[in-house]
Write a protein that binds this ligand. Structure first.
Ligand SMILES: NC(=O)c1ccc[n+]([C@@H]2O[C@H](COP(=O)([O-])OP(=O)(O)OC[C@H]3O[C@@H](n4cnc5c(N)ncnc54)[C@H](OP(=O)(O)O)[C@@H]3O)[C@@H](O)[C@H]2O)c1
Length: 433
């Protein structure tokens, strides 16, 4: 006798939701064979019932209120692709897991804010909570950490977690364009949102890093433990100076254990050309994880888009159809232990420092005196040709120093009348990282 289908209620019929419907139609036989039973959408919900979405919806029941999907008798499992940390997505997630039904979501914002609550609820009711699509789109990094690397203590997990930022930085480098010009073009072409702040200010990458940290270190997802800084202040000159030093500029999210605390940050960084992250260009994402037995793992692929994200959503559906179980964040929710946040005082490294200063004698001496007084020594200093506006760029690379010392020096430099705009400080990664 043929196995009964896994009946799916799908909330959100935008980029990812429509992609899921397309994938399930195109690969129905293969998905059924691998899942051990057909996977069939039975009911859907979105805001506008009449919007054309390029997919046939007539065969599905429609719910104006997505929450009702959770209690329908013909829905075994809910896929939430609405988005947003709170609001209808969270109401639906609570209703679904509360009803003891599995939930698949791509919603990193919701999980970064409410992951512990939802994982706890899932375990209480015995329902699966899966979110492969929430981090790095199509890349199976959640499965990789949750299952493949489950036997390891992870020292560090980091990577390029936002495709929009990587696309912008790559195009700045390849085409010699300034940040604002690439952003405007990316928006015109639909690669960047009309309000791009979540992406370019590092918020989206911080959401994903919070989820990776939870998986890697057995902590509850906690955004307050992650310092984030985006790429708005990176100029073409920084990209070119980095290249001259043998580095590429990338927005990197890094989470690591420092003693008994957790250091998490999203920051534009100089990545050495020999590092695997340096060759990750365009909208791709990449995640590196370091385990005590497995060593360094590298995951690379498409971090967004209808096809890759739908691929990750349906992989979760197949896993649930197969009966795969286990805690959402690998460690049971009740055993997720918060770690104190490591601040800049516990971090050290080499730093790239760029300043725009008045092009007059004595300024350089003032800057180097501040660094000396802050206990920061300079490994290299470059002064590219001055601008026509009477200012000049000064680019320095520090020796290894405490981040607090470098930051304190930057604050003092910014207060000098000769410093024309806030200095930019970026950490340098090493090839060992
Ligand atoms: N796009 C990607 O490449 C990508 C990658 C990874 C993860 N994600 C995540 O996937 C989720 C969906 O992203 P998306 O890009 O597909 O978003 P989207 O294109 O904006 O689609 C959102 C969908 O949610 C529907 N919706 C909004 N409010 C609703 C409500 N109250 N009840 C029911 N439906 C509602 C919208 O309906 P209408 O169409 O009628 O307006 C729309 O169909 C987000 O959490 C996002 O972070 C996206």
């Amino acid at each position: 006798m043929a196995a009964s289908p896994l009946q799916v209620g799908l909330a959100g019929l935008g980029t990812v939701g429509a992609g899921v419907i397309r994938l399930l139609a195109a690969n129905a036989d293969l998905v059924a064979a691998r899942a051990g039973r057909p996977i069939a959408v039975t009911a859907v919900s979105a805001r506008d019932r009449h919007r054309s979405r390029g997919v046939e919806l007539n065969q599905f029941a429609w719910e104006d209120d997505a929450t009702r999907l959770a209690t329908r008798a013909d829905v075994d499992l809910v896929v939430e692709l609405v988005g947003g940390a709170d609001g209808p997505a969270l109401t639906l997630a609570r209703a679904t897991l509360g009803a003891g039904k599995p939930l698949v979501t791509a919603n990193k914002a919701m999980l970064a804010h409410h992951g512990l609550e939802l994982a706890t609820l899932a375990e209480e009711t015995g329902a699966a909570l899966r979110f492969e699509a929430a981090v790095a789109g199509g890349i199976p990094v959640i499965k990789g950490l949750r299952e493949g690397a489950a036997a390891n203590r992870l020292a560090r997990v980091y990577g390029i977690l936002n495709g929009t930022c990587n696309y912008i930085l790559s195009r700045m480098a390849a085409e010699g364009l300034e940040f604002a010009d690439v952003l405007a073009d990316a928006q015109a072409q639909g690669y960047a949102e009309a309000d791009p702040s979540f992406d370019i200010d590092g918020v989206d990458a911080a959401h994903k890093l919070a989820l990776l940290s939870a998986l890697a270190f057995g902590t509850p997802p906690d955004l307050t433990k992650i310092d984030s800084e985006g790429i708005r202040r990176v100029r073409l000159a920084d990209v070119r100076q980095a290249e001259a030093l043998g580095y590429e500029v990338r927005l990197v999210g890094i989470a690591e254990r420092v003693g008994n605390s957790l250091a998490g940050r999203v920051v534009p960084s100089l990545v050495p050309r020999a590092h695997p992250l340096a060759s990750v260009t365009g909208p791709l994402n990449a995640v590196v994880a370091e385990g005590d037995f497995v060593g360094r793992l590298l995951f690379v692929g498409a971090g967004a888009g209808a096809g890759p994200t739908a691929s990750a959503v349906v992989a979760d559906l197949i896993a649930i159809a197969r009966g795969e179980t286990g805690p959402a964040f690998s460690t049971p929710a009740a055993q997720l232990e918060p770690l104190p946040a490591a601040g800049p005082a516990e971090r050290s490294g080499r730093f790239y420092l760029r300043l725009r200063v008045a092009d007059r004698p004595g300024v350089l001496a003032d800057l180097t005196a501040i660094l000396r007084d802050s206990g920061v020594s300079i490994e290299s200093l470059n002064q590219p040709a001055g601008g026509a506006d009477g200012t000049a760029l000064v680019v320095m690379v520090t020796h290894e120093c405490a981040e607090t010392a470098a930051r304190a020096a930057v604050v003092r430099m910014a207060a000098l009348s000769a410093v024309a705009e806030p200095p930019l400080l970026m950490p340098l990664l090493t090839t060992e990282e």
